[in-house]
Design a protein around this ligand. Structure first.
Ligand code: 5GP
Ligand code: ZN
Length: 115
């Protein structure tokens, strides 16, 4: 289901470009436009849910499973030391795009990889 004027629905639907690093039947993962650190990735369900709070639990499980696989891959690829895997739900919690997404943010010992 596509929500009009939802930027992540448009990325999932390939209406606008995203640097896609994973795709399957249920979700898609792409690089965050403003890289908090090198390799910062977003995993989103293809179906629109405003946030994790209203998403189907099976979709939540799938999105986080994919986030785990990608976190390991990204960590290895960019030689990161650790990572944050998180989701913001609601404006008060810092959510700016209201389509459920999980951030995978690699962490580095020094300079957060931004050299
Ligand atoms: P939030 O604050 O809602 O948890 O995170 C939204 C994230 O989406 C931000 O980190 C922001 O940089 C990213 N973002 C917003 N618009 C776009 C876009 O058009 N393309 C991509 N790749 N990322 C976006
Ligand atoms: Zn959407």
């Amino acid at each position: 289901m596509i929500m009009a004027d939802c930027i992540f629905c448009k990325i999932a639907d390939k209406e606008i470009p995203g640097k896609i690093i994973h795709e399957d039947d249920l979700c898609i993962a792409f690089l965050d436009l403003s890289q908090a650190t090198v390799g910062h990735t977003l995993v989103i369900p293809k179906k629109h849910y405003d946030s994790m709070l209203t998403a189907d639990p099976e979709i939540i499980a799938h999105v986080f499973k994919v986030a785990q696989v990608l976190a390991n891959r990204i960590k290895e690829r960019f030689n990161a030391s650790g990572c944050n895997v998180l989701t913001n739900a609601g404006e008060a919690a810092g959510q700016t795009v209201h389509h459920f997404h999980v951030h995978v943010i690699p962490r580095y010992d020094e300079n957060d990889g931004l050299k």
